[in-house]
Design a protein around this ligand. Sequence first.
Ligand SMILES: [Zn+2]
Length: 78
Amino acid sequence: MGSAPGGAYACPQHDLAVQGAIERLASEFSHRACRKTVSHVVCGSRHDLDTSPVHALPELVERLARQRLLQLTDFVVD
Ligand SMILES: [Zn+2]
């Protein structure tokens, strides 16, 4: 109930919020993470935001996924 067909992290299709975030982050992180990793992180972020209002998703998904990718790739800010 409420779970995506095919398993939580195996979504072949997502809403535009996710597709857009994957495009931008894949380009932004092209030197640190492969597209598969970016897709995985964005997808996971999207699922964690399932209860958020749809209109807020594009921004929220991208922000959360970027944060996770930075941590994942050990990006040092200072
Ligand atoms: Zn997904």
